[in-house]
Ligand binder design. Structure first.
Ligand code: FAD
Ligand code: EGU
Length: 473
């Protein structure tokens, strides 16, 4: 029957245009090529495998279960995992320099730090290796027509090119050009929110050829409004990402002020990053903005569908943006099986199934941002994660920490949120019951063994005597 299926595919030979050759676009090209479609990938930038400098957001990313499962579907999991660095725990840095490790889970449960540029290159190479894919770099989508499916691209020499496809897959990131046509249509829900924080990346070089800090951790400096996170790279550097409100970034205008600021909030990192590197990196690029985008539906008819950041940009406070985008590809692929690759049925089903989950992770990431900003210092972070782990240890089947469901399972995001609300109810009931129990138990003991009240309560007369005694020396 595999033969029959591939034969019927041969007969169709439908063209799928993947717009955007970033992480999700390149992976998606592999998924569609695997199914035997003629895949045309269009990417606005030059081929990053040939570029000298790769510009773009964030140098490294946390890859977890959902992302890995997607890579596995196209046979890339092992290769990518072997090029990543395991992080078995967070390392919480307190203001006084104390470091406290908090494991992500049981031994052998870890997330990976992967290099974005390297991952993108590997995905492009994998996509290109299919005989039925064609890579079109330096093709910036300018506009497309939702009625005819005709796409217009501009090239760096100013020339224009047009192309058509049976299906257009918009994987062109948070500022998607494909999505623009959705915005012109009726009954399209759209919201975008810029958070007041920006981020800046600083490099922590190796010291004597070795990692400056323990490598197998996600290092975190939680300081309420200010936060820093560091992930290890294969070249033994760490990339530190500083999160801070734009107005705070703007207050720091001189090299001395940078050091002063770090002395106050991240003193242990100054000797590790080095004063010169710190000052150079801080002024190299302006702080970058973070945006959260939600929309619905993800498709137009049977011609176009959005995936990855183009459909749902999330703030990075759950380490799930790429993982969610990769999971989009699996979900779409599963629905393609269910509906026999009939786009007119697959696209609406994809929207129906995926929107609630993407919206749930967008909300969770935003919630975590607000929570961390409001009152997460190192003590609170350590306390909360320990409580989570203890409750999970006591009731492993009933209480599963939210980050565990999000990071180490493929539990649908919206189900994870539901389960979390339910668990919180159980925990609160438990606390309430304990409190009620303590009051009742205490009362019972008081009644059974009444204390000698005369010993506890001093008579008014006696009290007066004591007061008078106090006044007279
Ligand atoms: P992108 O990576 O943005 O790719 C879009 C591609 O489309 C680009 O190559 C672009 O050149 C191309 N393009 C754009 N416009 C056009 C056009 N008009 N025509 C043709 N091509 C076009 N996620 C995680 O899972 N874990 C993490 O630890 C993590 N950390 C993060 C930290 C930070 C600071 C930030 C900002 C994000 C983080 N993310 C993380 C999220 C992650 O970066 C994104 O979710 C992911 O890059 C989305 O991939 P994408 O392919 O959808 O979009
Ligand atoms: C932010 C920026 C710790 C990479 C959320 C945890 C992140 C990452 C956490 C960035 C945090 C925050 C989780 C992972 C991960 C934690 C997670 C955040 C990777 C709830 C490159 N977050 N991130 N939660 O639990 O589930 O360790 O830039 F500080 S990985 Cl904000 Cl698991």
């Amino acid at each position: 029957s595999t033969m029959e299926r591939s034969a019927s595919r041969q007969a169709k030979k439908k063209v799928v245009a993947v717009v955007g050759g970033g992480l999700v676009g390149a992976l998606n090209a592999c998924f569609f090529a695997n199914r035997g479609f003629d895949v045309e990938l269009y990417e606005s930038r030059e081929d990053i495998r040939r570029a000298k400098v790769v510009k773009g957001r964030s140098i490294n990313l946390a890859l977890s279960h959902r992302g890995r499962q997607a890579l596995k579907h196209v046979g890339l999991e092992e290769k990518i995992v072997s090029q990543g660095i395991q992080m078995q725990a967070r390392m919480i840095h307190s203001l006084n320099g104390k470091q406290s490790p908090i494991p992500y889970g049981k031994k052998g449960q870890y997330i990976l730090s992967v290099d974005r540029a390297n991952l993108n290159k590997e995905l492009l190479t994998a996509a290109e290796s299919y005989p039925n894919t064609k890579m079109n770099f330096d093709h910036k989508l300018q506009d497309w027509n939702a009625e005819t499916g005709l796409m217009t691209f501009v090239r760096s020499d100013g020339s224009k090119e047009q192309a058509k496809a049976d299906l257009i897959v918009g994987c062109d990131g948070a500022f998607s050009a494909i999505r623009k046509q959705f915005l012109r249509r009726s009954r399209f829900d759209y919201s975008q929110t810029y958070i007041p924080h920006g981020y800046m990346e600083l490099t922590m070089p190796p010291i004597n050829g070795e990692f400056a800090m323990k490598p197998n951790y996600l290092h975190i400096w939680p300081r309420n409004t200010f936060m820093m996170i560091a992930l290890p790279n294969l070249d033994k550097t760490f990339t530190c990402t500083l999160f801070m409100p734009f107005e705070e970034f703007e207050k720091i205008t001189t090299g001395d002020e940078v050091i002063e600021f770090f002395q106050k909030y991240f003193p242990d990192t100054i000797p590790l990053i080095g004063v010169n590197t710190l000052q150079r990196d801080y002024f190299r690029l302006p702080a970058q903005a973070m945006v959260s985008v939600k929309c619905n539906p993800y498709h137009i008819g049977d011609v176009c569908v959005l995936m990855g950041d183009a459909a749902h940009a999330v703030v990075p406070f759950y380490g799930q943006g790429m993982n969610a985008g990769f999971e989009d590809c699996i979900v779409f692929d599963e629905i393609m099986d269910q509906f026999n690759e009939d786009f007119s049925a697959v696209l609406p089903e994809y929207t129906r199934v995926r929107v609630p989950d993407d919206h749930a992770i967008a909300d969770l990431a935003m919630y975590n941002y607000i929570e961390m900003r409001a009152h997460v210092n190192s003590k609170w972070f350590i306390f909360r994660k320990r409580v989570d782990n203890i409750l999970h240890f006591l009731m492993p089947k009933t209480i599963i920490p939210l980050y565990t469901m999000v990071t180490f399972t493929r539990t649908r995001y919206h189900e994870a949120v539901k389960q979390w609300h339910w668990q919180n109810k159980v925990i609160n009931r438990g606390l309430l019951l304990s409190a009620v129990g303590a009051v009742l138990g205490g009362s019972y003991l008081l009644i059974k063994h009444p204390p000698d009240l005369s010993k506890l309560i001093v008579s008014a007369e006696e009290m007066w005597d004591r007061l008078v005694a106090l006044r007279t020396p």
